[in-house]
Design a protein around this ligand. Structure first.
Ligand SMILES: Cc1cc2nc3c(=O)[nH]c(=O)nc-3n(C[C@H](O)[C@H](O)[C@H](O)COP(=O)(O)OP(=O)(O)OC[C@H]3O[C@@H](n4cnc5c(N)ncnc54)[C@H](O)[C@@H]3O)c2cc1C
Length: 192
């Protein structure tokens, strides 16, 4: 019978370990199964970008493990029974000989009242998407509260202020030159 290696979680640790084991061990001797709740590899390092509204490229785990011999099981891990060497999944049970527990980490509310209901974080995809939705809802409300859309364009950036300062300086220069009857260079005529 083959030695059954079960890897819980296909994040950085689980994906790398499963791939590495598959490369170094013979498929006649071992069977590697990776269990993950989501079908795509979640790049946790980029979840703040997702929360900020960027679309992240999807990386299906099925593509990542294609041709490696690693089996992918999409399921949620609910419990581990080390005595029986089994893992309880939301769709059944899985037996193992060797277990890699690489389910990552999550937020600890430390029992602080209100954290669970009101705090936002970006440690998993669903949480990052909740934060993105909040940002979009607030953005829509703020846009609706602006008296006329032109006002939005007048929001100052440092660069906009600097450009306005330069334009005003050129205008003063032009007026002074006209008073003296001088001709202006092309550069000085710009920014009207
Ligand atoms: C916004 C952000 C930025 C970061 N930036 C950096 C950085 O710049 N440098 C750095 O070194 N680290 C950074 N980190 C930390 C880094 O992301 C983690 O250390 C790393 O993801 C841990 O890898 P992991 O494989 O242990 O867990 P994870 O990457 O979290 O993978 C765990 C996997 O298990 C799955 N899973 C979890 N629970 C279950 C379950 N019950 N059933 C089935 N599947 C489950 C998850 O879906 C996931 O695929 C950052 C983290 C965040 C949130």
């Amino acid at each position: 019978m083959k030695h059954r290696i079960v890897v819980l979680g296909a994040g950085y640790a689980g994906t790398y370990s499963a791939g590495n084991l598959a490369r170094h061990l013979h498929p006649d001797d071992i069977e590697i199964t990776v269990v993950n709740a989501e079908p795509d590899f979640v790049e946790r390092l980029r979840l703040h970008q997702l929360a900020a509204g960027q679309d992240l490229k999807k990386r299906p785990l099925a593509d990542i493990f294609a041709g490696t011999g690693v089996r992918l099981r999409l399921a949620r891990v609910e419990a581990v029974d080390p005595e029986r060497k089994t893992v309880a999944l939301d769709d059944g049970e899985l037996a193992y000989d060797t277990l890699l527990f690489t389910l990552g980490s999550t937020v600890a509310g430390h029992g602080v009242p209100g954290v669970a209901e009101h705090a936002f974080h970006v440690t998993d995809r669903a949480a990052a998407l909740r934060l993105r939705d909040l940002g979009r809802r607030r953005g829509r409300r703020q846009a609706a509260a602006v008296p006329h859309p032109g006002a939005v364009r007048r929001l100052d950036t440092g660069r906009a202020q600097a450009e306005r300062g330069q334009t005003a300086a050129r205008r003063r220069l032009r007026r002074a030159a006209r008073r003296r009857g001088q001709r202006l260079s092309r550069n000085d005529r710009r920014g009207r």
